[in-house]
Design a protein around this ligand. Structure first.
Ligand code: ZN
Ligand code: FE
Length: 256
């Protein structure tokens, strides 16, 4: 049973900020506040009091609201140990395998470098919820700004083995363009074709396609499927070297 309520707030062009409320104690964490005002307004409208900020990585569209939200609420800022120098206002720094608890809700932290060198993900196992920032996207993954294909493949591997029903709360609404690319390398995948239709229908009504589930991502996300022969063939390689396949798929996406 879920111990948390999640409120999704679309901000800027395509970012999602999340309010995560521990039902038992009413403590509320904000995941990756790109901005402050819409987040404070939504919390107020819900009658929720923000107690924590949970940052996945240092990019401005994930930490831009940190200091203003802290000034307004006195909340505690939590983020990646490996990047503590680049997270505004950080007070609690977390690394791979550490547990973070606010109220009765407990998250396990994964180091998932690749997009940036100090990127973490928060997994709430009792609530089947994963907050993965810009590492894993719905049908995509983050660009490799500060990491290697090997690092990102290893990082995605940590997320790929989470339980099927795990909801994937990523930080951007990129799904439709991600699927357009995915079809170009894995067009014969019936699960991907079905997902494409479902996502187009949601976007036609301006509805979010996030969260997805880990089961869906495993079946359709080309960046989790570099060890599958059908995907490897799509980029003219062999699945025995998934890192090379992953690198080729990521490179193709960069120029798609
Ligand atoms: Zn980013
Ligand atoms: Fe981002």
């Amino acid at each position: 049973m879920s111990r948390i309520d999640v409120e999704q707030i679309p901000v800027l062009k395509d970012n999602y900020v999340y309010l995560v409320r521990d039902r038992a104690t009413g403590k509320v964490g904000v995941v990756d506040p790109a901005v402050s005002d819409p987040v404070l307004e939504r919390a107020k409208a819900l009658g929720w009091t923000i107690t924590h900020i949970l940052n996945t990585h240092h990019h401005g569209d994930h930490v831009g609201g940190n200091l203003a939200i802290k000034a307004a609420t006195g909340c505690t800022i939590v983020g990646p140990k490996a990047d503590r120098d680049r997270i505004p206002g950080i007070e609690i720094a977390l690394g791979d395998g550490e547990k973070f608890r606010f109220g009765d809700a407990e998250a396990e932290v994964f180091d998932v470098p690749g997009h940036t060198r100090g990127h973490i993900a928060f997994w709430f196992p009792e609530s089947d919820a994963l907050f993965c920032g810009d590492t894993l996207f719905a049908c995509g993954c983050g660009r490799l700004f500060e990491g290697t294909p090997q690092q990102m493949w290893t990082s995605l591997g940590k997320l790929k083995r989470l339980p099927d029903p795990t909801r994937v709360y990523c930080a951007h609404e990129y799904t439709q363009s991600n699927i357009r690319f995915a079809l170009s390398v894995d067009g014969g995948n019936p699960a991907l074709q079905a997902r494409s239709r479902a996502v187009d229908a949601l976007r036609a009504e301006n509805k979010p396609t996030v969260p997805s589930t880990i089961a869906e991502e495993r079946a359709t996300n080309p960046f989790l499927r570099a060890d599958e022969q059908t995907l490897a063939r799509g980029v003219g390689l062999d699945a025995k070297d998934p890192v090379a396949v992953f690198a080729a798929v990521r490179k193709a996406k960069d120029v798609f």
